[in-house]
Design a protein around this ligand. Structure first.
Ligand SMILES: C[S@@+](CC[C@H](N)C(=O)[O-])C[C@H]1O[C@@H](n2cnc3c(N)ncnc32)[C@H](O)[C@@H]1O
Length: 299
């Protein structure tokens, strides 16, 4: 299986999917982008370090890096577009949306998540912070078409929910900034509690996402099964002491390539819909889900 996926990845990479090109002055590459955030100056309870019970200090530091990456990308979008309302889809307890609301006080932010408990915590954090430009709501991303939004965000939103965010942004012709999470695990029936919560809320048929998403990846011979094998590899989070984020480690090399291909495929899909798309990396110590896809509608 690894040989077959390796061969297909060779073919996909040879076509230079998003990643090595320059378009209309927008860098399309694996460059890192991160803002300097003065965390202690933010309102009470906003800094992810020390405010999250789960994962301790290491997670708090990773979260800071992830959020600071979103600050940098959103700042770029705000410089280029008239932005009044930003939605953070799958916001969890609000690390991203609270930081952004503190740093961009003239913009209205909304956090949406299917997890009632997370939204309860986010609402408590909003009160504690004193911020008045951020609100939160329990809901499914798939059912948020009614929300007014100028820029769509999604940080580590599980599996295909990231694709739902991209689809909604593309339909509305607005910019999006997403850092995708796992794909293979969700499809293989993992994350049962998430599926249970989703089923409690569900009113719609779950939208189906065709995979691979892009014509380019399909043209290289990837079909649904080989795509899902690549996605499962991309979700590999290491074992036997191997750092899964280090492509120089032989065991990590193929999973890293597979992850890049899965994100390039998502980006290419948006490009097919007349988006200018760039792929970026988060800084070191952001965790292995460190790819960021930024899409800007091309008039
Ligand atoms: C890994 S957490 C990330 C939370 C937050 N963005 C962060 O980075 O801290 C993924 C979140 O997405 C939410 N989620 C997943 N699928 C969703 C859907 N279809 N609609 C709404 N929320 C969803 C989950 O409930 C969870 O809170």
């Amino acid at each position: 299986m690894r040989d077959e996926i390796g061969g297909l990845l060779d073919a996909f990479e040879a076509l230079e999917p998003l990643g090595m090109r320059m378009e209309d002055g927008w860098r399309v590459g694996a460059d890192e982008k991160v803002a300097l955030v003065d965390w202690p100056s933010l309102p009470p309870g906003v800094d992810p370090l020390g405010t999250n019970k789960k994962g301790g200090e290491a997670r708090g530091r990773r979260k800071r890096n992830q959020v600071a990456t979103f600050v940098a990308h959103l700042r770029d979008v705000i410089e280029a577009f008239d932005v009044n309302a930003v939605v953070d889809y799958g916001c969890g307890t609000g690390n991203t949306v609270l930081t952004l609301a503190s740093l961009f006080p003239d913009i209205r932010f909304t956090g949406v998540d299917l997890n009632e408990m997370s939204i309860r915590i986010l609402n408590e954090r909003i009160v504690a912070s004193g911020l008045n430009n951020v609100t939160a709501r329990v809901g499914l991303i798939e059912e948020c078409e009614d929300l007014y939004v100028d820029v769509a965000l999604a940080l580590h939103v599980c599996g295909e929910a990231t694709d739902f965010v991209m689809n909604q942004a593309i339909e509305k012709r607005i910019p999006f900034i997403v850092a995708p999470c796992c794909v293979g695990k969700v499809q293989e029936g993992g994350m049962r509690s998430l599926n249970r919560m989703r089923n409690d809320l569900i009113q719609l048929e779950k939208p189906t996402i065709e995979r691979p998403r892009s014509k380019l990846m399909r043209a290289t011979g990837f079909d649904f099964n080989s795509y899902m094998s690549a996605a499962t590899l991309a979700d590999w989070s290491g074992h036997q002491g191997v750092d899964p984020s280090n492509p120089d480690k032989p065991l990590a090399a193929l999973p890293r390539r597979a992850k890049s291909a899965i994100e390039a495929d998502r980006g290419e899909f948006a490009r097919q819909q007349s988006y200018r798309v760039s792929l970026h990396k988060m800084p070191a110590q952001s965790g292995i889900r460190d790819d960021v896809i930024v899409g800007i509608p091309h008039p």
